[in-house]
Every structure is written in structure tokens, then in C-alpha cells.
Design a protein around this ligand. Structure first.
Ligand code: NDP
Ligand code: OXD
Length: 308
């Protein structure tokens, strides 16, 4: 019998067991660290403990329960195993909503209005058309592409940056490291929806902030490790950056003593930008396990050479 192990060192993934068994009663499900995980064929993971796959000699597939796979593959010996992730249009919808809210916060100067409210100041902040607000999207994959199309539909000026070029009508495209500075120079609100890889770790740091126009804002919905927090705080302090909306952190939950909680101009949200429904995740994993058993091509396979 094919066995799926639910594995996470930071969350109890036990809630997936009934969801998987509701759609696939033929599979056995175990929850790590139950010793049965060692006999599993499939690891269904979020934040997998180091070296866990090496304790699973029958393992045939590593499946993230999320869109990102960084915390499922980092520091692991994958020995050529396929790694799959979740791709879901509703996940993209949630991210579009979160980014739209963040862009509106800066474009319509709600940050200024809220600061004024705290001082009982009645003053209309400058209002400008959407077309004068240049949103720079880092990452144009399943999520970034959906964000670009929605913002363009609302009249925003959208610049996209990714490894390879993507043609999205109305969007200005910048691709590769050589175009990064031009992209940044034309960006008022910088939005990161990149995956975390060795090439993108720390990309939201001083060099990037310095290349933005003075007074630009940053929105990070990728991973906490994209951000160099000390550089962000310095850029806010100097006025190079006007504010930041941060949804992801290198340590989650964000520790109570972290200066980001109280930094002026920073909005902290608890990794809530978007999330696939657990039933959708369970169904996608089950579909892939059935494909695995039938020797059919898997869906949403990660290219481990690129790292995403
Ligand atoms: P995709 O793999 O579909 O897209 C990734 C995009 O990033 C692609 O456009 C890719 O370029 C680009 N990219 C990757 N590496 C580089 C690089 N070195 N330089 C420039 N561009 C690069 O991922 P998704 O859109 O599905 O998800 C993106 C990330 O969003 C996830 O990995 C996860 O970290 C995060 N996320 C956060 C959530 C939250 O709630 N905060 C929820 C869901 C996801 P190219 O197109 O050329 O390949
Ligand atoms: C994801 C996430 O990657 O929730 O899906 O961050």
C-alpha cells in the first residue's frame, strides 16, 4: 500500500490526514515523527527537518504543501527524487488581493492619512492617477503574472522583472541581472514574489534599495530570506524608502523583540498573503501520487537545477 508521510518540524500537518483519506482511502497516511514515516513512499511537507529524506529508503516523491519549495529542499539530500509544488488559481487570486491592497496603501497614500490620523491632522494627501504609480514586480510566474494582469487592468504602470522575458500586454518587461538596475530605477512600489533560491536570497538589500527612486516603497510576499532587514531599516531611516509591507520573515512567527514590529512605515502581516485550501492541496498531492504509481508524468514538478 502506498504510504504518504506528513512531515513538518514547525507545524502539525495531521489535519491533512482525513483530507487525503477522504479522496484516497487506498493510501496509508502517517504523521512525522511517528516511526512509520520511515516506510513512506511520499513525503508531503512544509519546513522539513534536516536529513529526514535520508531516513526514508522507499521515498519516491517529495511534495510541498505550498507554492514554494525552499523549506522542503534546503539542506536536504534529495538523491534525484522528484519535487512537486502546489499551483492553484485561487492561490493566485489571494496574492493579487494582498498586493493590490499594498499598492493602494502607498499609491493612495493611506500611509500618510493613517499617520495624520494619529496626530489628529486633517490634510488630504496628494492623489494621483494609477497610471502615474509604477509598480515593479519581481517574479512573473504563476503569482506575479496574475498580479501584473490585475494591476494593468486597473490602470497601473507595471514593470516586470524575471529571469526570462514574458510578454504581458501593456507591461514593460525587464529580464535578467543586466536589466535589474533599469527596472529598479523605474519603480515606485517594488513587489517581491520571487521564489527563494541561492540567486534571490538577500535580493531586497541595500544595493537594490539604493537603485530605487528616493521615497519608493517595498512589498515582500516571497520569503523572509529575500530581505536584509537591517538594510531595510537603514533605508527607511534615511528616507530612501518610504515604507514597507512585509508578509514573510526569516523567522516565523516574527519574534516579539524584532525591530520590524515597531519600525515606522512598516506593516507586518503573519504570512497571510495567500494560502491554498487544505482540500485543494490534499487533492493535488493525491493526483500526483496516483500518477507516480501509474508511471505517468507528474504535475507541477520543480526544476531543481533552477531551484524553483
Ligand atoms: P513561479 O515558479 O511560478 O514563478 C517564479 C518567478 O520568479 C518566475 O517568473 C521566475 O522567472 C522568477 N525568478 C526566479 N528566480 C529568479 C531570478 N534569479 N531572477 C529573476 N527572476 C527569477 O512561482 P510562484 O509565482 O508560484 O510563487 C513565487 C513565490 O511566492 C513562492 O516560491 C513563495 O516563496 C511565494 N509565496 C508566498 C506566499 C505568501 O503567502 N506570502 C504564498 C505563496 C507563494 P522565469 O519566469 O524567468 O522562470
Ligand atoms: C507558499 C506559501 O509558498 O504559503 O505557498 O508561502
Amino acid at each position: 500500500m502506498t504510504c504518504i508521510a506528513l512531515i513538518s518540524q514547525s507545524a502539525n500537518l495531521g489535519y491533512f490526514a482525513p483530507l487525503v483519506q477522504a479522496v484516497a482511502p487506498e493510501f496509508e497516511v502517517v504523521v512525522w515523527p511517528d516511526p512509520g514515516f520511515r516506510e513512506a513512499d511520499v513525503a508531503m511537507c512544509w519546513n522539513a527537518p534536516a536529513g529526514v529524506y535520508t531516513q526514508m529508503p522507499r521515498l519516491r516523491l517529495v511534495h510541498s504543501i505550498a507554492a514554494g519549495v525552499d523549506n522542503v529542499v534546503a539542506g536536504q539530500d534529495l538523491r534525484g527524487l522528484p519535487v512537486c509544488r502546489v499551483v492553484d488559481p485561487k492561490l493566485a487570486d489571494g496574492m493579487v488581493q494582498y498586493v493590490l491592497w499594498s499598492v493602494l496603501h502607498f499609491h493612495r497614500r493611506f500611509d500618510v492619512a493613517l499617520a495624520n490620523q494619529r496626530q489628529r491632522v486633517w490634510q488630504r494627501p496628494l492623489q494621483t492617477p494609477a497610471g502615474e504609480c509604477r509598480v515593479g514586480l519581481m517574479g512573473l510566474g504563476k503569482l506575479g503574472g496574475a498580479i501584473a494582469r490585475s494591476l494593468l487592468g486597473l490602470g497601473y504602470a507595471v514593470n516586470g522583472w524575471s529571469r526570462s522575458a514574458h510578454a504581458i500586454e501593456g507591461m514593460a518587461m525587464y529580464s535578467g541581472a543586466e536589466a535589474f538596475d533599469d527596472f529598479l530605477g523605474a519603480t515606485d512600489v517594488l513587489v517581491c514574489v520571487l521564489p527563494l533560491t541561492e540567486a534571490t536570497r538577500g535580493i531586497l538589500g541595500r544595493r537594490t534599495f539604493d537603485a530605487l527612486p528616493r521615497g519608493a516603497a517595498v512589498v515582500n510576499c516571497g520569503r523572509g530570506e529575500h530581505l536584509v532587514a537591517a538594510d531595510l531599516l537603514a533605508a527607511l531611516d534615511s528616507g530612501q524608502l518610504r515604507g514597507a509591507v512585509l508578509d514573510v520573515f526569516s523567522s516565523e512567527p516574527l519574534p516579539a523583540e524584532d525591530p520590524l514590529w515597531q519600525a515606522p512605515g512598516v506593516i507586518v502581516t503573519p504570512h497571510m498573503a495567500t494560502m491554498a485550501s487544505s482540500a485543494v492541496v490534499a487533492q493535488q498531492v493525491v493526483d500526483n501520487v496516483r500518477r507516480l504509481d501509474a508511471g505517468e508524468p507528474l504535475l507541477n514538478v520543480v526544476d531543481m537545477h533552477r531551484g524553483y
